[in-house]
Design a protein around this ligand. Structure first.
Ligand SMILES: NC(=O)c1ccc[n+]([C@@H]2O[C@H](COP(=O)([O-])OP(=O)(O)OC[C@H]3O[C@@H](n4cnc5c(N)ncnc54)[C@H](OP(=O)(O)O)[C@@H]3O)[C@@H](O)[C@H]2O)c1
Length: 347
């Protein structure tokens, strides 16, 4: 950690996303003079390597931060993000709590970084399945204008949290040993050797899951175009890490598959893997641990003259969550959008 630099809080530091954020802040040499981990009362006092003991969230402990990266669920963000912001920090929040609030920018670093300038103390990190998709869609939208999207997702269990990963592994182990599984806890049904058309949850009277609504609403907000029509089915599959998505993209202007491939090859944060004859296409097992978004199976939709089909894969914990949060912190640092507390005291 540098002597000069920001005082950074990581809230949810013991979780999957939070522990990766700690690692990425260090690996990417974010200019932090101190990083302080926060989590629930269960973890207070636990020593985390390189950052010391986990702190509780209290009015006293949250004072004096420049930046706070949150990944501790919506209710914690709802309660504590405004308190960190009021105490002088810029919050980057991973939960869905603030994303659709009009005065909260919802930002993907490669797609709409200029929106960061509009922040009033809280910036929202998009939902993982939306995040990876819009990184791939941005160059196509700029070139030809997106009219309609039809999306099917194949989402990994780590998107639900650490407990869901343990449940998949325990169920798989039990079934492979011909033992009965415990009653499902993370999902409505067994996830091992299954596919659940139920990623997220159904509110009363709702025929879409909240995950599907996030894809619809967040895509429009990030691309800044409320006219885009979006149809989404989100499916949970027994993959530990890496969300895969089949995306049908209907454009306003004609766009060939060849031109789309060129645009995607030049796009920041995208790697094109597209040689189906050689069995080269993105797979979840390849995306795991990577920060980029993999795109392949780029082809014309034979059912519509202005539509293409894509297969988009990324690590939901990396670009889908922690990487983008740290990238947003980096952009805000570069653009002078985080005021170090030393400067505030001098001002
Ligand atoms: N997983 C993904 O792919 C993904 C992608 C995008 C966004 N997100 C969002 O990121 C957040 C965390 O996801 P995750 O997968 O990292 O979950 P996780 O592994 O279950 O970790 C949850 C973290 O939140 C902390 N926490 C829980 N209740 C708390 C409370 N009342 N006060 C303070 N801390 C509390 C936990 O602390 P303890 O260890 O003390 O319980 C833990 O550090 C969620 O909001 C999720 O929606 C996740």
């Amino acid at each position: 950690m540098s002597a000069a630099g920001y005082r950074v809080a990581v809230v949810g530091a013991t979780g999957q996303v939070g522990s990766l954020m700690l690692r990425l802040l260090k690996e990417r040499e974010f200019p932090a003079r101190e990083i302080v981990p926060f989590a629930s009362a269960r973890s207070v006092g636990r020593e985390l390597e390189g950052v010391g003991p986990v702190q509780p969230l209290t009015e006293e402990t949250i004072a004096g931060f420049d930046l706070a990266l949150f990944s501790a669920g919506g209710s914690t963000s709802g309660e504590w993000a405004p308190r960190f912001a009021a105490a002088g920090a810029v919050v980057v929040d991973n939960s869905s709590h603030w994303r659709m609030q009009a005065d909260v920018p919802l930002v993907v670093s490669e797609v709409n970084p200029d929106a960061l300038a509009e922040h009033h103390g809280i910036v929202a990190n998009p939902n993982c399945s939306t995040m990876q998709m819009v990184v791939a869609l941005k160059p196509l939208h700029d070139a030809a204008g997106i009219e309609r999207l039809v999306i099917s997702t194949y989402q990994a269990v780590s998107g639900t949290g650490r407990a869901a990963v343990e449940e998949l592994l325990a169920q798989s182990h039990a079934l492979l040993h011909e033992r009965a599984i415990d009653p499902p806890d993370s999902y409505a049904h067994q996830i091992a050797f299954n596919a659940l058309p139920h990623a997220g949850s159904f509110a009363t009277g709702e025929d879409h899951t909240d995950e599907e609504r996030k894809l619809i609403n967040e895509t429009r907000k990030i691309l800044g175009d409320e006219s885009i029509r979006v149809s989404a089915t989100c499916v949970r599959v027994p993959v530990v890490t890496g969300h895969s998505e089949a995306v049908n993209v209907q454009t306003r202007d004609p766009l060939s598959a060849e031109r789309a491939r060129e645009l995607l090859r030049a796009a920041p944060g995208v790697t094109v893997l597209d040689d189906p004859a050689a069995a080269l296409y993105p797979m979840a097992i390849d995306a795991a641990g990577r920060d980029d978004v993999l795109v392949g199976r780029i082809r014309r939709d034979p059912g519509h003259e202005r539509a293409l089909d894509l297969w988009v894969v990324a690590d939901n914990l990396h670009k889908g969550a922690a990487t983008n949060a740290v990238q947003l912190a980096e952009v805000m640092h570069e653009r002078g959008l985080i005021a170090p507390s030393g400067d505030r005291a001098a001002a």
